[in-house]
Design a protein around this ligand. Structure first.
Ligand SMILES: [Mn+2]
Length: 467
């Protein structure tokens, strides 16, 4: 029997397509003229490079509208790397994709070439056909589809994504900061310090350790339209490191979620290279040093990545770790993963931190001295915070923000600790808890706002449907 319930039978083959360098208003005219709510964007070869939806166009309305809005191009608004399907995909699978996500239409590709498009509306015709079939033949169809689908790899979504290319691109982006903001070290490599000038006026959104909690990351991106602010260059998103490794009991060797959250972060870095900073945390490593209850999490991450993405990818991931900055010096705050090194570090030492393993370990591993005695080499106390500020000529009351430390024994059900253990102007922040998701926002002064991303929204009105 011929299987008629595949994309090929119901997709539209004649499409209105757009080019990326087209003026955005010419593109909108085309959509209106043809009564369509979106269109694929192709290059000269006819390969798909993005999709422009009515949703993308709404950004024009929301952002500061001015004369230069008229000059913007389709490429400024289109969604890149859209989820795609193959012509032999089962309509049952595609219907599920439509239900689970907010897609209205999915481009159909043959390799990279756009050959059609399937919308929700098109599937209604398949349903109509289904209603005319006998029960027995319906069963037969489903059986055949299951058999044929089992034989091939999924052709949509992540399988098509070029992970190696994207990770390499992220490293390039991380290393391409203006040396004015990220001074070069003595070997002319981008150093450990990122600094911002006094006139920096974007909002800074600071996210504590996520430990593979993808849901919290998405909630933060959606909260207060944070993702849109990145897109509009109105905000900078700072990760304090340790986005990987689920820390919940029984999950410490589960690495899939770590891989997934890192994919999102890499994508964010590539989409908003000047608006996303990831600081190195102690978990951002393949090292054997990293063990939780005897489980070697760094090694487990390596092994799983190796298995799923291959040797080349793990090699590039190591380069990614090696390219990360460690310290942010902003006129309104300082930030690092774990806390200051004992006695603090100068600008020069921070810039050259990759030359000094001990400094690097301190910034990524140190904990607050909880016994209030003299801190040991792996701890810091109020004096270290003060000398850190002093050594880089920052005001003595400048907030210093870190993640890493979990003080649950001191309370802190809200997962944020302010001025703990006599440490003035010090905030420790974790953003990985299941029921609460705090983060910080700095807008124009050192008076930060503690925000909580809403974790209860079930259906996210969200630009990143395919994340
Ligand atoms: Mn940590």
């Amino acid at each position: 029997m011929e299987n008629v319930f595949t994309v090929n039978e119901y997709m539209k083959k004649e499409l209105i397509t757009l080019q990326s360098d087209m003026n955005i208003f010419s593109a909108i005219d085309l959509l209106i003229q043809h009564h369509i709510s979106g269109a694929p964007v192709v290059d000269k070869k006819g390969d798909l490079i993005g999709i422009l939806s009515e949703r993308d166009c709404l950004d024009l309305m929301v952002e500061d509208y001015n004369q230069s809005s008229y000059l913007q191009k389709v490429s400024d608004f289109m969604s890149k790397d859209p989820v795609t399907i193959a012509a032999d995909e089962s309509l049952f699978t595609v219907a599920e994709m439509f239900i689970k996500n907010n897609y209205r239409r999915l481009p159909v590709l043959d390799k990279k070439k756009l050959i059609g498009q399937l919308s929700r509306y098109d599937i209604l015709f398949a349903l109509k056909k289904l209603s005319t079939l006998e029960k027995s033949s319906l069963k037969q169809i489903k059986r055949e589809i299951t058999a044929s689908q089992g034989k091939r790899k999924p052709s949509y979504g992540p399988a098509k994504f070029d992970y190696i290319k994207n990770l390499s691109k992220a490293i390039k982006n991380i290393n391409s900061w203006d040396p004015k903001h990220r001074p070069l070290d003595s070997q002319k490599k981008p150093g450990g310090l990122i600094k911002f000038p006094a006139n920096e006026n974007r909002e800074f959104i600071i996210v504590g350790d996520l430990h593979a909690n993808k849901k919290n990351l998405k909630a933060i991106l959606q909260d207060s339209k944070n993702l849109y602010k990145l897109k509009d260059n109105k905000a900078v998103l700072v990760f304090l490191g340790d986005a990987i490794h689920d820390e919940r009991l029984g999950h410490t060797l589960e690495m899939q979620s770590s891989i997934e959250i890192m994919d999102i972060i890499i994508r964010l870095i590539n989409e908003y290279p000047q608006n996303v900073i990831y600081l190195l945390g102690n978990h951002d490593t393949f090292s054997e040093r990293l063990s939780k209850s005897g489980n070697l999490q760094g090694v487990a991450y390596y092994e799983t990545l190796y298995k799923i993405r291959g040797e080349k990818y793990t090699g590039i991931m190591q380069k990614y770790f090696d390219s990360l900055p460690l310290f942010i010096k902003h006129p309104h705050f300082l930030a690092m993963h774990a806390g200051p090194a004992r006695g603090g570090l100068t600008d020069k030492e921070l810039i050259n931190i990759r030359k000094n393993e001990d400094d690097l370990l301190q910034l990524t591993w140190n904990r607050v001295n909880e016994t209030r005695s003299t801190p040991n080499q792996k701890e810091y106390g109020p004096d270290d915070l003060d000398s850190q500020r002093k050594k880089i000529k920052s005001p003595n009351n400048l907030p210093l923000i870190a993640g890493h430390n979990n003080f649950r024994k001191w309370g802190g059900a809200d997962s944020i600790w302010v001025n703990m253990l006599n440490c003035h102007d010090h905030v420790v922040l974790l953003s990985n808890q299941e029921k609460i998701c705090p983060y910080l926002s700095f807008t124009g002064s050192s008076d930060y706002e503690i925000k909580n991303a809403n974790l209860k929204i079930k259906k996210r009105k969200f630009v990143m449907d395919d994340y």
